[in-house]
Design a protein around this ligand. Structure first.
Ligand SMILES: C[S@@+](CC[C@H](N)C(=O)[O-])C[C@H]1O[C@@H](n2cnc3c(N)ncnc32)[C@H](O)[C@@H]1O
Length: 393
C-alpha cells in the first residue's frame, strides 16, 4: 500500500516491547511515518547487543513484568509496538497458552499497566504466530482493548507482499476510541486474510534477489541434516529462481527439515529431489514428494540409514547450502543494502565479532517481517479510509 502521509500527522512516540533485534524499529523506519522509538525493552543480552550495535541505543534489559505504571506514564508514549514470545502458542513450546509463564509480561502490559495509564497510547500494534489468533491469551488482551480501542486483526504471509518467503503471522492493529465503546456494543470483525497487492508480470520476486553469499563452503548443509529424512516436500530445497521458501525459525541451522529452506546453488537444471529419490535413498519406496508431508519427517523411519558418503556427494553436487543469517534478514525485509538515496536509514548488520552464526539465525528466526509490519503500520496510522470502511456499527 502506498499511503500519502498527511502533513499534520501526529508524531509517533513509540515504546518497543520485546524488542529483540529491533524488527519493529526497522518497520517504523521503513514505513516513513513520522516517529521515533523512545525506549525498547528486552531481557535477551545477545539481542540487545545486536540492537545497540545498529541503533546505538541500549534497550532496557528489565523484565517487562517489573515495569511500573508511573515509569510508563512519564515516558509519554503514544504508540506501543510489541511482538511477545510465541512459544506459549507453538507446538514446540507445548502450547500452554495463557498458562505459560512466558505470557506473564504480556498480561502485565495489558492487565496491569494499560488500564491504569491516564494517557493510554493512541496506537497499539501486536505481532505473533498465527496460533495466537485462537488463544485464550488473545481473548484476555481483547477484553481489555474493547474498553478503549477499535481494532482489526490480520493473518498474513510475506508471500502476499511478493516476498519469496512464507511467514504466516498474526497482527493486531488497535486505535484508541475518542469515545469509550462498551463491551456489549462491540462486535468482533473477522480476521483479515487477504492483502490487495497489485502484482504485475514484471514484479515477480525470486530468491536470487536475496542471494548475498558467494562462499559455498561456509554454509554447506551438513549431511546429518538429511539423515533419516525419508521424505522431502517441495520447498525444503529451493532454487534461486523460486518464488517460495519455508519460514525460517529460530532453530534454523540446528534442526533439519521444518526450520527453513536450503538453497540449491549448482546443477540448477537438475531436480535434486528426484535425484535423491533415485540415487541416495533408493531403498525406501515410500518417498513422498507432495506438498504438505512435513509430519512424515517426524515419524521414525524403520528403513536403513542413508549412507553418509552418498549424502555428502549429493549435497556437494547440488551445492546445497543454508541461507546465511544476513540473507534471512534480507528476506525478512531488514535493510541490508541502502536502496535509494533518499531512504538512507539505519542499515542492519550483525556484530559478527561477538555473535556467531547460530546465535544470528536464532535472533532473526525470532524476529519479524519488517516489510509486512511497515505496511500494516501505515494502515494503523494513516489509512483512515480503511478504518472508516471497516467501522463497526
Ligand atoms: C518473538 S521475540 C521478538 C523479537 C523482535 N520483534 C525482533 O524483531 O527481534 C520475543 C522477545 O521477547 C523477549 N522477552 C521474553 N520475555 C521477556 C520479558 N519478560 N521481558 C522482556 N523481554 C522479554 C525475548 O528475549 C525475545 O527477544
Amino acid at each position: 500500500m502506498n499511503c500519502v502521509l498527511p502533513f499534520d500527522m501526529m508524531e509517533l512516540k513509540c515504546l518497543e516491547f520485546f524488542s529483540g533485534i529491533g524488527g519493529m524499529h526497522y518497520a517504523l523506519q521503513k514505513s516513513n511515518l513520522i516517529g521515533k522509538v523512545l525506549e525498547s525493552f528486552d531481557i535477551n543480552p545477545t539481542a540487545n547487543l545486536t540492537y545497540e550495535y545498529n541503533f546505538n541505543v541500549k534497550p532496557n534489559q528489565i523484565s517487562i513484568e517489573m515495569l511500573k505504571v508511573d515509569y510508563i506514564e512519564k515516558l509519554s508514549a503514544n504508540t506501543w509496538l510489541l511482538s511477545p514470545p510465541c512459544q506459549p502458542f507453538t507446538q514446540g513450546g507445548l502450547r500452554k497458552d495463557s498458562k505459560d509463564i512466558r505470557c506473564t509480561a504480556l498480561f502485565h502490559l495489558f492487565e496491569k499497566l494499560l488500564p491504569n495509564l491516564n494517557n493510554k497510547p493512541e496506537y497499539i500494534f501486536i505481532e505473533n504466530v498465527a496460533n495466537f489468533a485462537h488463544s485464550d491469551a488473545k481473548s484476555r488482551i481483547l477484553k481489555v482493548l474493547r474498553k478503549n480501542y477499535q481494532f482489526f486483526e490480520f493473518i498474513l504471509s510475506p508471500l502476499q507482499f511478493n516476498i519469496p518467503n512464507d511467514r504466516n503471522r498474526y497482527y493486531l492493529l488497535a486505535r484508541k476510541n475518542s469515545i469509550s465503546v462498551s463491551q456489549l456494543q462491540y462486535k468482533d470483525s473477522d480476521i483479515i486474510l487477504d492483502w490487495h497487492l497489485k502484482k504485475n508480470e514484471n514484479d515477480i520476486n525470486t530468491l536470487s534477489n536475496y542471494q548475498l553469499e558467494e562462499n559455498l563452503d561456509e554454509f554447506l548443509v551438513p549431511s546429518k541434516m538429511f539423515k533419516n529424512r525419508k521424505t522431502f516436500s517441495v520447498g525444503v530445497i529451493v532454487k534461486p529462481s523460486d518464488t517460495y521458501s519455508f519460514c525460517f525459525t529460530k532453530a534454523y541451522g540446528r534442526h533439519g527439515v521444518g526450520s527453513g529452506s536450503y538453497l540449491q546453488t549448482l546443477n540448477l537444471n537438475l531436480d535434486p529431489i528426484a535425484y535423491y529419490k533415485e540415487f541416495v535413498y533408493k531403498e525406501d519406496e515410500t518417498i513422498l514428494l507432495e506438498n504438505n508431508m512435513l509430519n512424515q519427517f517426524n515419524k521414525k523411519s524403520s528403513k536403513k540409514e542413508t549412507d553418509t558418503e552418498k549424502l555428502e556427494n549429493f549435497i556437494k553436487m547440488f551445492g546445497i547450502r543454508y541461507f546465511s543469517p544476513l540473507e534471512v534478514c534480507y528476506l525478512n525485509g531488514f535493510p541490508i543494502k541502502s536502496e535509494s538515496f533518499f531512504q538512507e536509514k539505519t542499515l542492519f548488520k550483525f556484530n559478527t565479532s561477538k555473535t556467531n552464526k547460530n546465535q544470528n539465525w536464532r535472533m532473526i528466526g525470532n524476529s519479524l517481517n519488517v516489510t509486512v509490519v511497515s505496511e500494516l503500520l501505515k494502515v494503523l496510522v494513516v489509512d483512515d479510509m480503511f478504518w472508516e470502511r471497516n467501522k463497526i456499527s
